[in-house]
Structures are given as structure tokens and as C-alpha cells.
Ligand binder design. Structure first.
Ligand SMILES: Cc1cc2nc3c(=O)[nH]c(=O)nc-3n(C[C@H](O)[C@H](O)[C@H](O)COP(=O)(O)OP(=O)(O)OC[C@H]3O[C@@H](n4cnc5c(N)ncnc54)[C@H](O)[C@@H]3O)c2cc1C
Length: 374
């Protein structure tokens, strides 16, 4: 075989996997269609290190988030990747919302998150004097991270381990051959060439379902539905009034967890993301200034200092969801496909949040999967 292992996609997950498996295996390649890493979902997200509060028990999302969070903090400390363990408040703004936050706390406890506590209005004011809430949940282990620096570190360590990182090259076809796969790649000049590999790891994010289709996996349940999320920034000087992540209480009818406040490592403060399934899977990162009033109204409930013209459109990202609009949340799909007669073909599909938080634990999970194949 020309290669031992190829990983398709240099987002945060593909890069984390590349670093981990190139520690043990040689002749590893990562193939990315853009000219550098992290040009899609991995650079268009909230950069939150999630605690794991909202995920269902027994799900891979809960398990990999809970395992991944301390591993990520450890990784950041080891390699000086900037992060801020700032903590997060989930705020109840009325008496009716208090039972909801208690329910969230119970769920968090059930999946093994023991550090979430309920705090009252006085304690909230000590942490965030400008926020209005009657009660809140306090998650001390939540944080934020500089995701670009994280990806750069994964890339550097992968290269130092001997992994070859190939940019500007799009995987366009994969054929099963005895003992492995023949992969066709088209480069930035439009030239197509093929090579053989024993292992394929599909970490292609928004188009991971298309990669799976190349080897005949055409399941409706693995089809990706693009789900856009837009952000508005809070303009200076009011961005300085918030120091932590502030989330409202999620309501039953919501598809997301509500317009929340995220801070970033550069001192920026954002509202969002909202949730809007796109009619077709197109890369539509356009912003919608007409949403300003809705964002303002949602945030005003717990940020009383905010005026409508304090915010402005900032950016958008697209979630690679495998649940259709209105369907219950689905789990990450991470599978070695021997059962489909595709040995050593590993699919990662539906890698939405908490994919960034879980990047190191996902890499460990895939490495263990791979170790069992040899
Ligand atoms: C709005 C939003 C907010 C989020 N907030 C958070 C958060 O706060 N915390 C958190 O933990 N997670 C968050 N997430 C989720 C997180 O961003 C993702 O789980 C993570 O970035 C997925 O990484 P990835 O490597 O799988 O995908 P990507 O970053 O999309 O990388 C996939 C790569 O594959 C490449 N590729 C695709 N097809 C091919 C091909 N045929 N050939 C070659 N290359 C190909 C793409 O170019 C791309 O670079 C959020 C996501 C969104 C959209």
C-alpha cells in the first residue's frame, strides 16, 4: 500500500486524530481540500469547553465530553494553548424557570457531573453584577479556548510525529480493493491522482456523509442536514460588562439551547448561535442583519444593560446534524465499518457540538478502535 492510514479532513477532530495515531503508526497522511486547516466548522463555533450538561446518559456525546474536557485542559497546559476556565451560568429570569434549571442539574448529576451548583441572586451578582437572574446554575468547569492555536498544535505535533499533511487536495472517489482502499484526490490545479491505503478515517465534517457514500453507505439516518447558527457581537464598551458564559434556560420548543452569551480569548463577546436548518446543503455563511431585534430581545431578558444598537452581525457557522428538523438529538456516529464489509474504514459523522471539547477524547477513542483492527 502507498499509505498505511489516511485521514480525510483537517478540522479540529481530524487533526487531533492525526496527532494521536501518528504517535504509534507510520505512513499516516491527512488530506484536506482547503489550503490550510480549520476553514470550516472548526473555525466557526463558540470555542466553549463544554462541561457536558445537556447530553443524555449513555450517549457518546456525554461520555466523550466528560472525558474530553479534562484531557483538553491538560493538553492546553502541556502545550501552552490559550484557554480560560471562566465558568458558565445558566440563568433563570423568573420563578417558572427555576424548576427547569433544577431539572438540568439533575440530568448533569445523572451523567456524572458533580460540580454544578445552584446559586441565588446575591451570588450571581458577585460573579456577574450586570446580569439579571433570580437563580442560576453555576458550572465551574466550563471554559473557552483559542481553537486556532489548538489546531495549530495538533498539526505541529502530527508533523513532528512524521504525519504528512496534504492541503489543497480533495478526496473525490474511494474504491474498496483487496487489503484496503484506492483513494482518488484532485489537487488545487485540477490534477487527479490515486493512491492505496490500508485504513481510511473519514473526518470530513459537513461532507462526511458524501465520503461514506463513496464506499456505498447511503443510509438516510447518516445523511447530514446543514444547520446554520448566526452570531451577533456586543460592541465595545459594553462587551467589557460580561466576564463569563451566560446561558438562558432552554425551552421545550427550542431546537438549540437558546441565544446565549459567549466570550472569546480576544475579549470579544458574542450572542448566539441561533438555529436554522438550511433548505439544502449549501455553504451559506451569509449574515442576516434583520435578526438583530430577535437577538436583542432574547438577550435583554438577562442582560438589562443592552440596547438594540449595542449589537451587530458577527459570523455564522454550520452544524453537521444527522437529525432532521424536529427530530430528537442524535449521538455522534463513530464506527469501524467491518460489519458493512468495509474493514478499517472508520466513519465520524454528525460531529457537531461538543466536538471541539471532545477532540482529544475522540482521538483516543479512534486510536483504540484502530488498535483493535490490527
Ligand atoms: C455554530 C457552532 C457552534 C459550536 N460551538 C461549539 C462549542 O462551543 N464547543 C464545542 O465543543 N463544539 C462546538 N461546535 C462543534 C464543533 O465546532 C465541531 O464539532 C468541530 O469543529 C468538528 O470538527 P471536524 O474536524 O469534525 O469538522 P470540520 O472542522 O468541518 O473539518 C472537516 C474538514 O474536512 C474537510 N473536507 C471535507 N470534505 C473533504 C474532501 N472530500 N476531501 C478533503 N477534505 C475534505 C473540510 O474542508 C474540513 O476542513 C460548534 C459548531 C457550530 C457549527
Amino acid at each position: 500500500m502507498d499509505a498505511e492510514i489516511i485521514i480525510i479532513g483537517a478540522g479540529v477532530i481530524g487533526l487531533a486524530i492525526a496527532e494521536k495515531i501518528s504517535e504509534k503508526y507510520s505512513n499516516v497522511f491527512i488530506i484536506e481540500k482547503h489550503l490550510t486547516f480549520g476553514q470550516e466548522t472548526s473555525s466557526r463555533n463558540s470555542e466553549v469547553i463544554h462541561a457536558g450538561i445537556y447530553y443524555t446518559r449513555e450517549s457518546l456525546k456525554a461520555r466523550l465530553c466528560l472525558e474530553g474536557k479534562p484531557l483538553l485542559y491538560e493538553y492546553c497546559n502541556k502545550y501552552s494553548v490559550p484557554y480560560n476556565n471562566c465558568g458558565k451560568l445558566i440563568v433563570a429570569t423568573s420563578g417558572e424557570e427555576i424548576p427547569v434549571i433544577e431539572g438540568i442539574k439533575q440530568n448533569a448529576k445523572a451523567i456524572g457531573l458533580d460540580d454544578i451548583i445552584t446559586i441565588d441572586a446575591r451570588q450571581i451578582a458577585e460573579l456577574e453584577p450586570e446580569v439579571f437572574a433570580v437563580k442560576a446554575l453555576w458550572s465551574p468547569s466550563t471554559g473557552i479556548i483559542d481553537s486556532h492555536s489548538l489546531m495549530k498544535q495538533f498539526e505541529t505535533n502530527s508533523i513532528n510525529n512524521g504525519c504528512q499533511v496534504v492541503y489543497g487536495s480533495e478526496v473525490t472517489a474511494i474504491v474498496k480493493i483487496p487489503g484496503g482502499y484506492e483513494v482518488s484526490v484532485t489537487d488545487a490545479d485540477g490534477n487527479t491522482f490515486s493512491f492505496t491505503t490500508s485504513v481510511v478515517i473519514n473526518s470530513a465534517g459537513l461532507t462526511s456523509d458524501k465520503i461514506a457514500e463513496m464506499v456505498g453507505i447511503r443510509e438516510e439516518s447518516l445523511r447530514i442536514h446543514f444547520c446554520k447558527g448566526e452570531y451577533f457581537r456586543i460592541n465595545p464598551p459594553k462587551n467589557k460588562l460580561i466576564k463569563r458564559l451566560i446561558y438562558p434556560v432552554p425551552h421545550r420548543e427550542m431546537e438549540g439551547i437558546g441565544i446565549h452569551v459567549t466570550i472569546d480569548m480576544g475579549g470579544g463577546v458574542k450572542l448566539g448561535p441561533d438555529v436554522k436548518y438550511l433548505d439544502s446543503n449549501v455553504y451559506d455563511y451569509r449574515l442576516t442583519p434583520s435578526k438583530q431585534k430577535d437577538f436583542y430581545r432574547s438577550a435583554k431578558k438577562f442582560l438589562p444593560f443592552l440596547e438594540e444598537d449595542d449589537i451587530a452581525p458577527e459570523m455564522a457557522g454550520i452544524r453537521p446534524k444527522i437529525q432532521k428538523p424536529g427530530e430528537a438529538q442524535k449521538d455522534f456516529y463513530i464506527m469501524e465499518e467491518s460489519d458493512r464489509a468495509l474493514p478499517r474504514f472508520i466513519n465520524l459523522i454528525g460531529m457537531e457540538s461538543p466536538g471541539l471539547t471532545s477532540s482529544v477524547s475522540i482521538a483516543n477513542y479512534v486510536r483504540n478502535m484502530l488498535n483493535n483492527c490490527f
